[in-house]
Write a protein that binds this ligand. Sequence first.
Ligand code: ZN
Length: 320
Amino acid sequence: MKLIGWMILAVGLSGALAFPCAGQGTFAAKPIQIAILDGQSGGPYHNWRLTTPALKKELEETGIFAVSVLTAPPSDGDFSHFKPDFKRYRAIVMNYDGPTWPAELRAQFERYVAGGGGLVIVHAADNAFPDWPAYNEMTGIGGWRKRSEQAGPYWYYKSGKLVSDASPGPAGRHGARLPFQITARQPQHPILKGLPPVWMHANDELYGMLRGPGKNMTILATAHSDPNNNGTGHDEPMLMVLRYGKGRIFHTALGHDVFAMSCVGFITTFQRGTEWVATGRVTQKPPATFPTANTVSYRADIAQMDPAFLNGASPVVPKR
Ligand code: ZN
């Protein structure tokens, strides 16, 4: 992939451009209650201690959300004190990847979404819970944690058409972190309406070979997975919406780390996706700083929430 010729736009720390929707949200009579659910993962990646504050800031700055954080114990931990009242929230944002949950908590979560609760799946949250059928219906597609053809077919776009491919094999793959283009497939959906049909996402993992039931799933946007970067050669689903019972779900495969989450394209689709699952509509206008087809646009005030930024790393310099 060619790096020369990419224009880079970093929105400054002043915040002057950072709140394009402030006028809309400031006077919202009643904030929409949202909970970010995080925890588990482990290792140096998918560090929710860094990413949850970024997600929280992105939602709160819209002025329309009030955001709580629910940190779940690790799968082998003590769940006797983790009794979230999901019904208090219009939507749950899953920033969580772990192998399993107790049956009672699973059942409570299923009732919440089936009964009309909103759900946002962020990146590695689609790795979680391979053995929980209802959760895999909610995410539509997922990867890793030993998923195989039993999880469902692969889903991707080929020659402009959605394909479900029942070939056997593992699930989940990505190359080195690079900026890559996102292409809208449902540009009139409220989450994407008014955004450019193609835009350049900041450094991120481009998930491919995701598999799952894919029920009640609409692919909003894809990204081409480059065979020269361990890719599949397909256009892989990046942004999806699903229904589970009465619940609306927005699934973004984007968001490996704080840098990926500092992309104005990530931020905008995350803010809008969360509003859409919570209320069924989107009132937020696109920001003037939205990336174009060849221009990465990221927020330095978000990127600096990862200490690596202060050490010279950047959301636009590819990680090899
Ligand atoms: Zn990742």
